[in-house]
Design a protein around this ligand. Structure first.
Ligand code: SF4
Ligand code: SF4
Length: 340
């Protein structure tokens, strides 16, 4: 099913209306994972937990057993380790008590509960993903639709791809990106050194910071957090390769979960940056509400159309985000869309 549904308004009623139209491709007793991003520590734009709570209640009403989850990340901050990530989740209101369902880390408390699944065999022969996937009967992807430094936009594709990938797979996707310093802008504050998770960024006693590209894992944390915007991304390969890897990982996961998943993009607080980046980021569009469907590519395409492609082109010039859609077509991961 490739139908797309829209529900205008940011209220719980608006979300509930969309959920009721989408229906549940699940059975009573099924264990359903609600995949979302609970926001990096210090981020002000993440989706309020009331939406996840509403989805959990909707599932429980029909006898399903929901839980909310995310996976550990590459960069330092409040979500790198599982225990720290759950603490950040709780600080942002994502607790079992409030949501009415458990809050879990999909790749395990030590980040090692992962499995290898077949890849599409262009960039990846196999793709490593969170071990929670085969232990779950169905998924609801609740994605905050907004900008992203490397993908231009983040929605359903990214939530399923980067959001369900193991840390190793995240690194494989990011591997071609490195920081490049714009010396005139640097004030030697040391933030890049402080946030680098692998010690690749150093600040000598004199002069500018140095980035050891042998050690660098391309997480882009230094670029995102530099207060002077003194770092830009250098892509060792064509920047389109990141878009392709993102889509290819999503497509590999899709092959496993396609018949048991629904996707909801929340076009609320559509800001320039991902919820991984601390701070309150500029809005690029008015709140719309919710867009839902059964295919992540279709839901993201409609979300882009609704917000306006120019908004993403302006927020992140030079990111070839359209390659995500053309690549999805090339590898047989694109739907035919019927609009409602
Ligand atoms: S965070 Fe930015 S301004 Fe601060 S030292 Fe690093 S590059 Fe320079
Ligand atoms: S130097 Fe590399 S590994 Fe360190 S924060 Fe920057 S991008 Fe990440």
């Amino acid at each position: 099913m490739n139908d797309i549904y829209k529900s205008e308004g940011t209220t719980l009623e608006s979300l509930r209306n969309l959920l009721n139209i989408l229906g549940k491709p699940f059975r009573p007793g099924d264990r359903i994972g609600i995949k979302l991003h609970w926001g990096e520590r210090g981020n002000k734009n993440f989706l309020h937990p009331m939406y996840a709570r509403q989805i959990a209640a909707w599932l429980k009403d029909a006898g399903m057993r929901p839980f909310v989850f995310d996976t550990t990340v590459l960069y330092s901050g409040g979500r790198r380790e599982a225990a720290e990530s759950l603490k950040t989740a709780a600080e942002h209101g994502f607790t079992e008590e409030y949501l009415g369902c458990p809050v879990l880390i999909g790749d395990g408390m030590d980040g090692r509960d992962v499995i290898d699944i077949p890849g599409i065999r262009r960039h990846f022969d196999t793709v490593q993903v969170a071990g929670i996937i085969p232990k779950t009967d169905g998924f609801v992807f609740l994605s905050h639709f907004k900008g992203h430094m490397e993908a231009s936009f983040g929605g359903a594709i990214k939530n399923m791809s980067m959001g369900m990938a193991s840390r190793a797979q995240k690194q494989r996707m990011h591997a071609d990106a490195y920081p490049v310093l714009i010396p005139d802008k640097c004030i030697r504050c040391g933030v890049c050194k402080e946030v680098c998770p692998v010690g690749a960024a150093t600040l000598p006693e004199e002069g500018y910071p140095v980035y050891d590209l042998e050690k660098c894992i391309g997480c882009a944390q230094c670029i995102a957090l530099c207060p002077q915007s003194a770092l830009k991304i250098f892509w060792e390969t064509d920047i389109s390769v990141f878009q392709e890897k993102l889509v290819e990982t999503a497509a590999s996961i899709w092959k496993i979960i396609a018949s048991n998943a629904i996707f909801i993009n929340a076009l609320i607080q559509v800001v320039t940056e991902c919820d991984c980046v601390p701070g309150n980021h500029p809005k690029i569009a008015e709140d719309f509400g919710f867009i839902g469907g059964y295919h992540p590519v279709a839901v993201d395409e409609e979300s882009i159309k609704t917000v306006g492609a120019d908004k993403f082109d302006n927020a992140h010039p030079f990111i070839p985000w359209r390659r995500q859609f053309s690549y999805a077509s090339e590898i047989g991961f694109a739907p035919r869309v019927n609009q409602q």
